[in-house]
Design a protein around this ligand. Structure first.
Ligand SMILES: Nc1ncnc2c1ncn2[C@@H]1O[C@H](COP(=O)(O)OP(=O)(O)OP(=O)(O)O)[C@@H](O)[C@H]1O
Ligand SMILES: [Mg+2]
Length: 500
């Protein structure tokens, strides 16, 4: 299929934001009928480059050619009419509309006579597109009632409804299960067969090797190089991205375990969390594996008081506690770091620094109830450095940070609170390969301080790599528990799909 003229040629693209040179002389070509991976660390400029292509941002300089002709992309509509569709990293579905209304948003089918939206028609057509990606969700469901993963599916279905020749996917699989990811890959392959140029951004190396033809690497806003995927391996790619080799991706350390810090007995939340019992000790990471929708996040939110348990008991350091609201959990030293960070974890209009300290601001108040800014900025600067948050300063607004760097800030926030029990949901989703390791090391540090950690993750190598013990959930129940030594891909998956 290849070796005609490229579908897309971006040449010497440069873009600055106040205080940040996001892109400098970056080149990118992509062919129809190929999947081009765009890779690089958090903040390397991937999303910015793709936002320029899709008309969200204006470039400062450089040229863009589509199908051999130079084009001026001045806005989202122009990009769409030129055949460019982007599925953003930050999901942009509207919670109070139905699935179908979201899919046809801006493209509504209205009745000629009444001007009303043809609910039945868009429901039927949505179902068709959802079927294509193997998603069984009912199109008339309100989006606020569905999971992050399902929202992602809606974005993809939405892209399919537009007749695009360049489709950009910015980290599409971060919230998908293995099964859904496989389905998505089938869809992407069919797009490829149709001659579409797919540009694919992901931090998951195995995905690049599974579906991409070519990989283009950016580092610090600059073009590093490109390779055919068949000509490179994991280590070479990591080296291109971070400029060095990374040994030992999962730095597991064992510490002496202390008393049980959190114990949950027969916890129920409606029909969603069923009879869950677990215990986690000081100095221990309890991994929680399971397919998406198995109730892992709901279990966490019930423990945290975000959902009100219908029955069951919770003990902190052996003492029975009543958790009716999240405040109760926090006051008892139990914190939850959410998977849907944009919605639940960040104040987008606030600075990087204040986002880190907000939930713990009392710590910095002096006796006159004034914030001691020196103490605050000392902590902030320490964590910016530790987690390698890419930002011009701690005063930068959080919304201007790249997706992965926003995640690091949220993580810093809870690490600063350093609760007794930290429940952490998908800690490295969207985080680059170098920074993942820093996060594992911070979790180890918390472990060494005698904290108890519950880590929910869909990244199986990660669960296996850094947990001391693993529980697996299936259909709202804890279907089994595995010691670190007995846990492997197979034993976990068996429990996850409910095979005894
Ligand atoms: N609107 C903005 N205002 C200011 N700076 C911005 C803005 N958008 C992006 N940046 C900065 O530009 C740089 C590149 O960001 P970009 O989002 O393109 O990174 P990325 O490669 O997509 O990273 P990630 O893997 O974390 O998503 C970062 O330093 C980011 O903070
Ligand atoms: Mg990005």
């Amino acid at each position: 299929m290849k070796e005609q003229k490229p579908m897309l040629k971006m040449t010497k693209i440069t873009k600055s934001f106040p205080g940040v040179k996001a892109l400098e002389d970056v080149n990118l070509t992509a062919f129809g009928g190929e999947i081009t991976a765009l890779m690089g660390e958090n903040g390397a400029g991937k999303s910015t480059l793709m936002k320029i292509l899709s008309g969200v941002y204006k470039k400062d300089s450089g040229t863009i050619e589509i199908d051999g002709e130079e084009v001026q992309i001045t806005g989202i509509k122009e990009a769409e009419s030129l055949g460019v569709t982007i599925i953003h990293q930050e999901l942009s579905v509207l919670p109070n509309l139905t699935v179908a209304e979201n899919i046809f948003l801006g493209n509504e089918k209205t009745n000629k006579f009444t001007g009303r939206i043809e609910k039945r028609l868009i429901n039927e057509r949505s179902k068709m597109f959802l079927d294509q990606i193997g998603c069984k969700i009912d199109p008339s469901t309100l989006v606020k009632n569905i999971s992050v993963g399902e929202k992602q599916m809606i974005e993809i279905a939405k892209a399919l409804t537009k007749n695009s020749k360049i489709i950009i996917m910015d980290e599409p699989t971060t919230a998908l299960t293995d099964v859904e990811t496989k389905k998505l890959f089938e869809v992407i392959k069919s797009l490829k067969e149709k001659g579409i140029a797919v540009i694919y951004i992901s931090h998951r190396m195995e995905e690049i090797f599974a579906i991409c033809d070519k990989v283009v690497v950016l580092r610090d806003g600059k073009y590093v190089g490109e390779e055919r995927v068949k000509d490179i391996d994991n280590d070479k790619l990591i080296n291109m991205m971070v400029g060095r080799n990374i040994e030992e991706q999962f730095p597991y350390k064992e510490y002496k375990k202390g008393q049980v810090l959190l114990e949950v007995k027969n916890l129920n939340y409606g029909n969603i969390v069923k009879d869950a019992s677990l215990a986690v000790k000081a100095g221990e990471i309890l991994g929680v594996a399971g397919l998406m929708g198995s109730g892992r996040t709901e279990l966490a939110k019930t423990i945290f008081g975000e959902y009100k348990a219908t029955s069951g008991e919770i003990y902190v350091e052996g003492k029975k506690v009543k958790i009716n609201f999240t405040r109760d959990a926090i006051n008892n030293g139990v914190c939850y770091l959410s998977e849907d960070r944009k919605k639940e974890g960040l104040v987008l209009g606030m600075s990087v620094g204040r986002n880190m300290t907000l939930s713990n601001i009392e710590k910095y108040e002096n006796k006159f109830k004034r914030i001691d800014q020196n103490a605050e900025s000392k902590d902030v600067e320490e964590y910016i450095k530790k987690l390698k948050v890419k930002t011009p300063s701690s005063a930068q607004l959080i919304k201007n940070l790249s997706g992965g760097n926003q995640q690091k800030v949220i993580l810093a926030k809870w690490l600063l609170v350093a609760p007794k029990v930290l429940i952490i949901d998908e800690p490295t989703r969207g985080i680059d390969v170098g920074a993942k390791k820093e996060i594992y090391e911070l979790l180890n540090e918390l472990k060494s301080m005698g904290k108890a950690i519950i880590m929910i993750s869909s990244d199986l190598p990660e669960v296996l790599g850094i947990s001391d013990r693993i529980i697996v959930m299936s259909e709202g129940k804890i279907s089994g528990e595995l010691a670190r030594e007995d846990a492997n891909q197979e034993s976990v998956m068996k429990l996850a799909v409910g095979i005894k």
